[in-house]
Design a protein around this ligand. Structure first.
Ligand code: HDE
Length: 733
């Protein structure tokens, strides 16, 4: 049977003209060093040479041969064996067989976007880095968000840390800020990283569980490594499943250095503050989303960027003068510690906007290679032993993952400024280096490429000249000995609702641990050092008695100088508006189409998205005969995927939704997940049918859209109806 593609191919002449398009090769020389300046679009302009658009082109082999039949392999007779000679078939299969590259060892699942960074006018005083000098200049960035534990195909909404890695394509080379959405880490010394990762990853004998820390090896390791306690507590909080990447904070974690034009160095912590506020899912919702929409976070980012609703973050720094290095009750080089914002405020120094989706997931998001060692003049490292280890690890891992040392030539990894050196050859070399001399100094090629002096006006990189005078030892500084005081600070800074969620998280996670001695070790030997009440509550849920005093030695308990740091609660940065929120408008035949239209418009006016949800995708006949087109179906966009629900009027519509299980369930589930619910006119009947209380905070009823809209926006600005939490926990799933 012949199977030809449908559609009429273009006439021969037309096809030939289109195919004459000369194929582009990357400009290996790049722009002239001296004249070079990035623009906001320079990364996309730079990638232009590599973009391949097959529209209007003939199908050819990789050697350029036009293919006449892409449906049948070459056989000895129509029903005979395939011939070895079929080089077209073999080339195609061979390329396909080698399509996959090793996924990242950690942070395998990710989603990314392009955008720009623009400094405010106060940034240059802290660092001579070009990226901070001109408030009018936009530097292109590429940001990849990720989960840590799961494989590339795992779920988005698992309980995990999120990676927040930013590549700034600056005029002076790439600066990678490879951070996370939590400000501390599990271990203090990089030599423990393979142990930690082996413990958290799916267990080696059966590769279970995927994307989870709720298993024996993780809890075994962390309960034997008290330094992990602070970070584990963060991961037991709702921060571990953000509502949207736009609602996450980002942190450089380590202390770095900034160097100003005079050569003065200051210690610094880097922060990303989401302009849309901090919002998380709740655990039951996150779990349901594993099945309902495993791509929840990446889909929301993709859709929002396509809709022109961009992700925005403010970049901020905490600055510590060198002479104040030892003025804290912890060591600023210890990556299990934060510098509380109330102690050293975060100074806003710029803004980042993510406004363009990648063209190709593999070429950009998968092949991007971040490395904390990629810095530019004006930024430098500290001696944090975790950071020092990372400076080795990232380059090393790219060799295997991206197949050799030329991965910097992959378009997404190339700096946008020119780069020339005497490195040569190896796998997949793209650059065709001209000239005879690949060494320096040389007199054959005029001495090029040549060094750049380090003085600020010249731009050559120079490491900060820190004095180091010490014995070579394998040891941990005593100043890293406090493992609990900041965990206690985090716990004390949570609201009651957040504390309840943390207790539930420890209870759940430990319920998945098979070995009783590991559960007991966590409950008896770790949790009481954070807070006795936390330990008792988790202990009660596991039938384990808890000591009356913290069992850790005093040096591990540390001494906190602060009782609370309000900045550590997600509630301190609620959005306050409804921008970017998804609101379900539940409809069926007979709905008041006028109200639906008004609601959609008003929501759009506030920057939110009103999604019309109906029992099926068939057009809905409105009460007055006007039809309404559904955006999604009740079980296509379930309540777990939206932020709030509104039920408009129309008796027939409400009767239909009340009769149908999915209609009632939509409201019940939204109620359980603390969502704001509003009903207009007859819409109130659906609340009664679903047994959803009507006289409560966060339930808004009215005769007209105008009656409910303002209070609806105010309630949704707080993200959820927190006062409902205790009651909702008792509801059936
Ligand atoms: Fe990473 N980490 N890491 N890490 N990390 C990797 O690099 C490593 C650490 C972070 O979207 C790997 O290209 C060591 C802290 C992010 O591509 C690898 C240590 C923080 C990403 C690696 C750490 C991070 C990675 C795996 C302890 C927050 C994903 C693939 C010394 C500040 C970047 C790769 C992306 C990825 C090593 C600890 C963040 C193996 C040895 C702390 C966001 O090189």
């Amino acid at each position: 049977m012949s199977c030809e593609p449908s559609g009429t191919p273009p006439a021969d002449e037309e096809r030939l003209t289109m195919a004459k398009n000369p194929h582009t090769t990357p400009n290996s020389g790049g722009p002239n060093d001296k004249d070079f300046k990035t623009t906001e679009n320079s990364k996309s302009e730079h990638l232009e040479a590599y973009r391949s658009d097959a529209k209007g082109h003939d199908l050819r082999t990789n050697q350029g041969l036009r293919i006449s039949d892409n449906h049948n392999s070459l056989k000895a007779g129509e029903r005979g064996p395939t011939l070895m000679e079929d080089f077209i078939f073999r080339e195609k299969l061979n390329h396909f067989d080698n399509e996959r590259i090793p996924e990242r060892i950690v942070h395998a699942r990710g989603a990314a976007a392009h955008g720009y960074f623009q400094p405010y006018d106060n940034a240059a005083q802290f660092s001579k880095a070009g990226v901070f000098q001109d408030p009018k200049k936009k530097t292109p960035v590429f940001v990849r968000f990720s989960t840590v534990q799961g494989a590339r195909g795992s779920n988005d909404t698992v309980r995990d840390v999120r990676g927040f890695a930013t590549k700034f394509y600056t005029d002076e080379g790439n600066w990678d800020l490879v951070g996370n959405d939590m400000p501390v880490f599990f271990i203090q010394d990089a030599i423990k990283f393979p142990d930690f990762v082996h413990a958290v990853k799916p267990e080696p004998h059966n590769e279970i569980p995927q994307g989870q820390s709720a298993h024996d090896t993780f809890w075994d390791f962390v309960s034997l490594m008290p330094e992990s306690t602070h970070m584990v507590l963060w991961t037991m909080s709702d921060r571990a499943f953000p509502r949207h990447y736009r609602n996450m904070e980002g942190f450089g974690v380590h202390t770095f250095r900034l160097i100003d034009k005079q050569g003065k160095a200051r210690f610094v912590k880097f922060h990303w503050k989401p302009l849309a506020g901090t919002c998380s899912l709740i655990w039951d919702e996150a779990q349901k989303l594993w099945g309902r929409d495993p791509d929840f976070n990446r889909r929301n980012m993709w859709d929002d960027i396509e809709n022109g609703d961009f992700l925005e973050y403010e970049f901020g720094i905490q600055v510590v003068e060198e002479e104040d290095e030892h003025s804290f009750n912890f060591d600023i080089l210890d990556p299990t510690k934060i510098i509380p914002e109330e102690q050293v405020p975060v100074i806003p120094i710029g803004k980042m906007v993510l406004n363009r989706n990648p063209d190709n997931y593999f070429a950009e998001t998968e092949q991007v290679a971040f490395n904390p060692a990629n810095i530019v003049p004006g930024i430098d490292f500290s001696n944090d032993p975790l950071l020092q280890g990372r400076l080795f690890s990232y380059l090393d891992t790219q060799m295997l993952r991206l197949g050799g040392p030329n991965f910097h030539e992959i378009p997404i990894n190339q700096p946008v400024c020119p780069f020339h050196n005497n490195q040569r050859d190896s796998m997949h070399r793209q650059t065709i280096n001209k000239g005879q001399a690949s060494y320096e100094p040389n007199s054959i090629d005029g001495g090029w490429p040549s060094e750049t002096p380090a003085a600020p006006e010249n731009g050559g990189f120079e490491s900060y000249q820190e004095r180091v005078d010490a014995h070579k030892v394998r040891a941990r500084s005593e100043s890293f000995g406090d493992h609990y005081s900041q965990a206690t600070l985090f716990w004390n800074s949570q609201t009651e609702v957040e504390k309840e969620h943390i207790i539930a998280a420890y209870t759940f996670e430990l319920s998945k641990v098979q070995r009783p001695w590991i559960r007991e070790r966590v409950i008896k030997e770790i949790l009481p050092n954070i807070d006795l009440d936390l330990a008792r509550r988790v202990g009660e849920n596991h039938g384990v008695d808890v000591p009356n005093t913290p069992p850790a030695p005093p040096e591990q308990l540390g001494k906190s100088t602060m009782q609370e740091s309000p900045a550590l609660s997600l509630m301190s940065r609620l959005p306050g508006n409804i921008k970017g929120r998804k609101v379900a408008i539940l409809v069926a035949d007979g709905v008041d189409a006028g109200q639906v239209e008004t609601l959609k418009k008003k929501l759009e006016g506030e920057g939110a998205q009103g999604m019309v949800i109906a029992p099926s995708m068939a057009p809905v006949k409105g009460a007055g005969g006007k039809s309404v087109s559904p955006d999604e179906m009740l079980n296509g966009l379930p309540s777990v995927a939206v932020d709030a629900v509104i039920v408009p009027g129309g008796q027939q519509s409400v009767d239909m939704l009340s009769k149908a299980g999915p209609g009632r369930y939509y409201l019940q589930e939204a109620y359980k997940h603390l969502k704001v619910i509003a009903a207009v006119g007859e819409g109130q009947g659906l609340l009664a049918a679903a047994d959803v209380p009507t006289q409560e905070e966060g339930i808004l009823l009215g005769g007209k859209v105008d009656d409910i809209f303002k209070p609806f926006c105010e309630a949704l600005g707080k993200h959820r109806v927190w006062s409902r939490d205790a009651k909702a926990n008792d509801m059936p799933a």
